[in-house]
Design a protein around this ligand. Structure first.
Ligand code: F6P
Length: 319
């Protein structure tokens, strides 16, 4: 293999730039030529491809977002779109591809691999919902963004003696809600992976209020439903003054934490090594602080689950 490509796809995540840097630098270290594909699979279809040099990835390790930009391409889901992408790969002589993104991006990588273009996936999403890796790039930064926001909300919640419902991202996954809720001592954490009894939530709120708590924090993953609707239900079921904050896309931006930069550097570099060993259709990950790689197809068939021990702990600590 002499030429490889790299793209970011799906929702961006802090640390993607550090991963791009690692891919480019590790590939050049090995004597390869590297091409950056802009706007994910859509850019691949359109031939939006540029040669990357050592300097192309200078001064990006600390930046959020992705310098290659990203997109969610509907066209690439079609056979015709994939063929157009393959034509571009042929035109540029690109023999292998590193795909940085979430499960949707990996489905594209799987298609390309099946059609003879070896791809390696690097898990980059704030949701932390990719099986086969303990952490995804961007999760730690998003988590810290949430914590910072909740800490601020706590101040005003205490001053006014209010209940706050905080909706965090996580369409299908509750990791951000669970980790943030545990880290911030939330009274209740609602995740899509587990059904909570509404009456239990209300009882817990009332118990806290009766023993003199000046505020309550409820963290809701967006996959469970709207924070505003949940806040309304609480207002109707109690006489607690309730407010709702939806953190939204603030969670996706910002400078990556040290932990995300290190993870991205390790995973990006590992992806290049995996490609060079001739393995196709793999996803790199980290488990128990050891770099691993898995068959991307098998990984996509697995279910992501939240850590139920952590969930139980959060309940035990917020009695
Ligand atoms: O997958 C990452 C994620 O941030 C989800 O948590 C969220 O539901 C989704 O992306 C939002 O996507 P968009 O930026 O397209 O609105």
């Amino acid at each position: 293999m002499k030429k490889i490509g790299v793209l970011t796809s799906g929702g961006d995540a802090p640390g993607m730039n550090a991963a791009i840097r690692a891919v480019v630098r590790k590939a050049i270290y090995h004597g390869l030529e590297v091409y950056g594909i802009k706007y994910g699979y859509q850019g691949l279809i359109e031939g939006n491809i540029v040669k990357m040099e050592l300097g192309s990835v200078g001064d990006i390790i600390q930046r959020g977002g992705t310098m290659l930009y990203t997109a969610r391409s509907e066209e690439f889901k079609t056979e015709e779109g994939q063929q157009k992408g393959i034509e571009q790969l042929r035109k540029f002589g690109i023999e292998g591809l590193v795909v940085i993104g979430g499960d949707g991006s990996f489905r594209g990588a799987k298609k390309l691999t099946e059609k003879g273009y070896p791809c390696v996936g690097v898990p980059g999403t704030i949701d932390n919902d990719i099986p086969g890796t303990d952490f995804t790039i961007g999760f730690d930064t998003a988590l810290n963004t949430i914590i910072e926001a909740i800490d601020k909300i706590r101040d005003t919640a205490t001053s006014h003696e209010r209940t706050y419902v905080i909706e965090v991202m996580g369409r299908d996954a509750g990791d951000l809600a669970l980790w943030a809720g545990l880290a911030d001592g939330a009274e209740t954490i609602l995740v899509p992976e587990r059904q909570e009894d509404f009456q239990d939530v209300i009882e817990r709120l009332k118990r806290g209020h009766d023993r003199g708590k000046r505020h309550s924090i409820i963290v809701v993953a967006e996959g469970v439903g709207s924070g505003f609707e949940f806040g309304q239900r609480i207002k109707e079921a109690t006489d607690l003054e309730t407010r709702v904050t939806v953190l939204g896309h603030t969670q996706r931006g910002g400078s990556p934490t040290a932990s995300d930069r290190v993870l991205a550097s390790r995973l990006g570099a590992e992806a290049v090594d995996v490609l060079l060993t001739g393995k196709a259709g793999r996803m790199v990950g980290i488990q128990k602080n050891v770099l691993v790689n898995h068959d991307i197809i098998e990984v996509l068939n697995e279910e992501h689950s939240v850590d139920m021990d952590m969930y139980r702990l959060s309940q035990e600590l917020s009695i």
